[in-house]
Each structure stands twice: as C-alpha cells, then as structure tokens.
Design a protein around this ligand. Structure first.
Ligand code: PLP
Length: 364
C-alpha cells in the first residue's frame, strides 16, 4: 500500500470531515445490487432523502460526483434553449457542460462575489425564450448564496414552462432548501459537503415536469438518463452497480442528520458561519457581497498577503487541520474556510484560534 502522511482534519468546502461512525459503517460485508437486501436499504434511504430534500417526489441516487448530474440535467431537461446563470467557477462549469453536450444556451454573467438575483433573472427571461434555467444556490468558489426561493418565483411567473435546475451541492443539508415549496424541477447535490459523506454519491430530486420533458428529448445518453433512473427507482434498485459501501454510510448518516433535525443543522451552520465571518472581518476582508454570505463556506479576501500553502502546512503540522486555498483564479487572493457538514462551533473557534497563532508567529 502506498505510504502517505496522516491526513489532517478537513475544513475544506468539500470534501469535509466524515464522522468515524459513518466511515466505519462502510466496512461491512457487501450485498448484491439486485438483492432483496439492497431493495430494503434503498427504500429506506429514499424516504429519508425525501425528508432532507423537503420533497414528496423522487430523489435519484447516482454513483458519480455531482458534476455527473450537471450532465444529467443538460441531457434530460433542455429541449430548446437554456439560460445559464454564472457567478463563479461551479456555475461556469455547469454552463460548460451544457455547451459540451451541445445544448443552445445564453449566459447570464454576474460578477464573482455577487449573487444571482431574481431581478437579473427576470431581465434575462424578458429578453429571451428559455425552456430551462440553471443556477447554483451556493457558489463554493466565492462563498455566495443566491436567493433561490425568490429566483424560483421569478422564473415561475415569467417563464412558467421553463424548468428550474438548481445546484445545491454545497448547501443541501446545511442551508435550508425546500424543493417542493419552491417548486424546483431538479435539485442536485453531492454527498461530500453538507451531508458529510465520503465522496462518490450524487443525488437529484426531480419533478414530474422534468421527467415529462426528458421523455420528449432523444439521445439523452444512458448512464444519466432520468427515465432509466426512474425505471429502476420503481424497482427499488439503481440502474448499475451502486457504490454499495457508500450506501451503508448514507444509511447511517441520514439517521444522524434527521436525529439532529434539519432546522438545528441549519442553525449550527449559521452559528459557525457567523463566527468565521466575524473573525475574518476583524483581521481581513470577505469576498462575498454582504447579505449573500454563505453559511457553509467563507471566502476570505487575503488582504494580508498570507502565503496560503505555507499557512496550511503550518496548520496541518501544528494543529492537524487544513483549510482551502481560493478556487482557480482566486487562489492566494482568497482562501476558503469550510464550515459544513458535521463541524461544530467549537471546531471553528479552535480553527480560527490556530490561524491567529499562525498570524502572530508570522508577525514576530
Ligand atoms: N457545484 C458546486 C457548487 C460545487 O461546490 C462543486 C464541487 O465543489 C461541484 C458542483 C462539483 O462537484 P463534484 O466535485 O462532486 O463533481
């Protein structure tokens, strides 16, 4: 086996720390993917996933990272022309996936650090004809949360036939998302962020309207075809061999999430975010526009020109913790602190005290 240093605790905006109990749940004998046992497991998972997504409809479980579901939405949900809202690296990636599968689209460009607003979406919808809108709830690259409930209301009133496709990859399970109340057509997420699972599973709540749209679109591919997902969901199975050990982890973690309670979980994320923001504002600056700062990840503007890789090595060696550099073009100009999943306020206080120690040592 490859020798590697002991990994530090992850304060990244994904993958995040996974509780030992959840990690250990994976070390169990496997079951067949067409067995009665997996049908019982998937059925029980389905009910609890719907609670977490706040939907009475279906939630598909994909063995892939969340980006796979970008491809699924592009292939299944865009028949005509899409409006892709882009305000950071992940919303840009989604638009690139839409382009890569050859779907016509226009881009609503928003400055990085700013939210997508219902007003901007309304303007775009008034200017063009779209049958789908893609938008990222929580832009992990910039630490910005866009107001999805209000955006959804704007889309419903101005383009009632357009499908609203929402990425909640770094929000679902940590920031309130209401799939049915907001009438989201697709709400996709990944396991490794606020759900605090090991990476490898992605989830999508999909509306009846979205499925009907898929029926009319030829050449949807196969691996991410919603109609194939639907067929197997009805059998309480997945189309292909799923990551069975990750389903064990999901089974345990869903119980933990629901035992904590969604509202309590959101409140904990909010308290962690408040602490990190206050800490950062006293020492540095925040990248995200005020009023739209994320409860799961904070992008700190590096006004002190901290050498982020050096700080991270120091944190790992001295405190067994790592944070994240800024994403892409924001590397070193920002660094990001993930306060998502199962971290606690106490953990965040320990982390910021450790960064203070580094900053103090750097000054002296
Ligand atoms: N969308 C957002 C908002 C993300 O933060 C990420 C990953 O960080 C992705 C999509 C892509 O997820 P994955 O790496 O699981 O494909």
């Amino acid at each position: 086996m490859t020798e590697r240093p002991r990994p530090a605790r992850l304060f990244l905006p994904g993958p995040t720390e996974v509780r030992e109990e959840v990690l250990n749940s994976q070390a169990q004998r496997l079951i067949g993917h067409r067995s009665k046992e997996i049908e019982a497991l998937l059925e029980s998972i389905q009910g609890r996933l719907r609670e977490v997504f706040r939907t009475d409809h279906r939630v598909y479980v994909a063995t892939s990272s969340a980006t796979g579901l970008f491809e699924a939405t592009a292939r299944n949900c865009i028949a005509g022309r899409a409006l892709c809202c882009v305000n950071g690296a992940f919303s840009r990636r989604w638009q690139e996936v839409v382009a890569a599968v050859g779907k016509p689209h226009d881009v609503l460009e928003v400055e990085w650090g700013k939210p997508v607003t219902p007003e901007l979406v309304a303007q775009a919808l008034e200017a063009g004809e779209y049958d789908a809108v893609t938008v990222v709830h929580n832009e992990t690259s910039t630490g910005v949360t866009s107001p999805i409930a209000e955006i959804a209301a704007a889309v419903r009133s101005l383009a009632p036939d357009a499908l609203l496709l929402v990425d909640t990859v770094s929000s679902l399970g940590g920031i309130d998302v209401r799939v049915d109340a907001w009438r989201l057509d697709v709400c996709l997420t990944g396991g490794q962020k606020c759900l605090a699972l090991p990476p490898g599973l992605a989830f999508a709540a999909v509306s009846d309207r979205a499925l009907e749209r898929a029926e009319g679109i030829p050449h949807r591919g196969w691996y991410f075809d919603f109609l194939v997902f639907e067929k197997y969901l009805r059998r309480r199975q997945t189309p292909t061999t799923p990551a069975i050990t990750l389903l064990y982890a999901l089974d345990v973690q869903l119980d933990r999430i629901l035992a904590e309670g969604l509202d309590a979980r959101f409140a904990r994320h909010s308290a962690m975010a408040r602490h990190v923001r206050e800490w950062a504002l006293e020492r540095l600056e925040l990248f995200a526009a005020e009023g739209y700062r994320s409860d799961s990840v904070t992008a700190v503007t590096n006004t002190r020109e901290i050498d982020v890789p050096v700080m991270n090595r120091w944190l790992a060696e001295n405190h067994d913790m790592v944070v994240s550099n800024g994403y892409g073009k924001l590397a070193n100009r920002t660094f990001r602190i993930g306060h998502m999943g199962d971290h606690t306020l106490d953990d965040m206080q320990t982390l910021t005290a450790a960064i203070d120690e580094f900053l103090g040592a750097e000054r002296s």
